[in-house]
Design a protein around this ligand. Structure first.
Ligand SMILES: [Zn+2]
Length: 353
């Protein structure tokens, strides 16, 4: 029988803004469901689910369908932190658009690809999330609002290396909608080292800056401008400003497209699943007692405030070890450059089913 806890027992917030895409993998990652604790629903009309993962009591919140974005997510978070006043850390878990490097690296694992994960943690003392003014760019088309996903693909399978297409920023999509670049000219692809199946046997994530705004970006030139404006941001999304205000949130984004006109839906479910896997592995790495012992005000977007690896249990938790990388002494995002650490992808796919 599902246990029923008190509001004060919850220390971890997991925000999955897009209910029909990002909520499902978040629920699959969690060990045990709880009954809804007592709270005043006349002051808080959020949609919650309550779970345990690796000793953490986790509240999962999502936005109402179609009501995502920075402002709506901020409202959800505001109510959530009032109702669950013992929350210590928050994870914003979902998908985002990848921002490739300005100059490709010779190493295919050094540039963001679809299916990778970006964690909002630049490690340079600067902000993890930068709000850019979407009105700054003049375009011939109005911004498209994010709509509701009618038929979400509920399989988290890897779409295939041949579906990873990064075109020149100036080269627009050709042909009918939702044709998966069937008529786009492959000679317009950016020449960068291709990922191999071997590369993808590892779980690749980057820590860096996240650019957030109020519009879906489907323009390679604008994406590249945002990269410059936001100091080499690795990801573009639409909700981080809403949670960043709380000052105790880590943004975790699975890369589902390159924020250009070739953006389509085939990577969304896989990317959402990858982000949820990362979040779960992160929670497994941090003992519940450590989170409970945190002072709420200490949880800010500064590396020094999160627990160091020293003091972590050294059990047989291979996935945590791999997530960290065997040589790393600190948390994965505590560096100054985007980098990646290996994690077994076979394990990932098992968990994603
Ligand atoms: Zn295309």
């Amino acid at each position: 029988m599902a246990p029923k806890l008190q509001r004060a027992d919850y220390h971890v917030a997991w925000i999955a803004p897009v209910s029909d895409l990002e909520l499902l993998p978040s629920r699959l990652m969690l060990d045990e469901e709880h009954k809804t604790p007592d709270y005043d629903i006349s002051y808080d009309n959020n949609i919650y689910t309550f779970r345990t993962i690796a000793g953490h009591n986790v509240v999962i919140a999502t936005c109402l369908p179609g009501l995502t974005g920075n402002i709506n997510t901020g409202r959800v978070i505001g109510s959530m932190f009032k109702t669950f006043s013992n929350l210590r850390i928050a994870l914003l878990v979902g998908i985002g658009g990848g921002i490739p490097r300005a100059y490709p690296s010779a190493d295919p694992t050094e540039d963001v690809h679809v299916g990778d994960v970006v964690v909002g943690w630049p490690g340079d003392g600067g902000p993890a999330c930068v709000y850019y003014n979407s009105g700054k760019w003049h375009t011939d088309k109005p911004f498209e609002p994010r709509g509701i996903i009618d038929k979400p693909d509920r399989k988290f399978t890897f779409p295939g290396l041949d579906k990873d297409l990064l075109f020149q920023a100036l080269y627009p999509y050709k042909g009918p909608n939702h044709n998966q670049c069937g008529q786009c000219d492959r000679s317009e692809l950016i020449r960068r080292p291709a990922r191999t199946a071997n590369d993808n046997a590892e779980f690749i994530f980057y820590h860096g800056r996240v650019a957030t705004g109020n519009a879906v970006i489907k323009d390679g030139q604008r994406r590249d401008q945002i990269r410059e404006l936001c100091k080499d941001a690795l990801c573009i999304e639409m909700e981080a400003a809403g949670v960043d205000a709380s000052g105790r949130c880590l943004v975790i984004r699975g890369i589902s497209d390159y924020a250009d006109s070739h953006k389509d839906d085939i990577w969304r479910s896989y990317a959402a699943g990858q982000a949820a896997v990362f979040a779960r592995e992160l929670l497994r790495k941090i003992p519940g007692a450590t989170v409970r012992g945190m002072e709420i005000q200490q949880i800010t977007m500064h590396p020094a405030s999160l627990p160091k690896r020293d003091g972590m249990p050294s059990g047989p938790d291979v996935s945590i070890h791999r997530l960290m990388g065997s040589e790393q002494k600190s948390l994965p995002w505590e560096g100054t450059h985007p980098e990646q650490a290996p994690m077994n992808n076979a394990e990932t796919s098992q968990r994603s089913e």
